[in-house]
Design a protein around this ligand. Sequence first.
Ligand SMILES: [Mg+2]
Length: 169
Amino acid sequence: MIDLDGTLRESHSGQLYFQNPQDQQIIAGADIALNTYQENWTIVGITNQGGVAAGHKTIQTCIQEQQYTLQLVSLLKEIYFCPDFEGKKCFRVTRHNAHNHSQTKWSGQYRKPQAGMLKLAMVRYNHSPEDCVYVGDRPEDEEAARRAGVAFEWAEDWITRHQTITTPI
Ligand SMILES: [Mg+2]
C-alpha cells in the first residue's frame, strides 16, 4: 500500500495542488522502487483528498485524477481516497470505475491518520497486516500504518533503498 501525493506523484506544473487531473508526474525514483515488486504483491494507493471538501476540486475531478495516476502506473491496481475531513467517505477507483465504500463500519475512520482505508484494502484482498507495508511521506501516514498494524516505510528511504540496489557500479 502506498501514499500518493509526495510519495508516488507530484504536480507537473510545480504548483502545490494539481491544476487538473493530468497535472501530475511520477516522482523520480518512485517508479524504479515500485517496479522492484514481484507479481505476487498487490499494490494499491491510499490517499487523503481533503481538497474535495475544501472546494479545490469535485469528486468527479478527483476520480479522474486517480484514474490518470492508474494510467501512468501500470503496477498500481486501484486507489482508495477519502474526500472529507470527517473521514466518513471513501471511494475506490479502478481504471474504469469508481465504487463508493462510505457505508461501511469504517465510515468516520477513513481519513488518515485513521486506518479505515488501509483496513478496507486489506479486507478486500484478504491480507493480514503482517503481510503488508505502507509507504508514505507524512506523520499521518506513519500513524495510519501503526493503527492498522502494518509496517511503515518513509518514502524517501524507500526510494533511496531501491536506487542504491539498481545503481550500476
Ligand atoms: Mg503524501
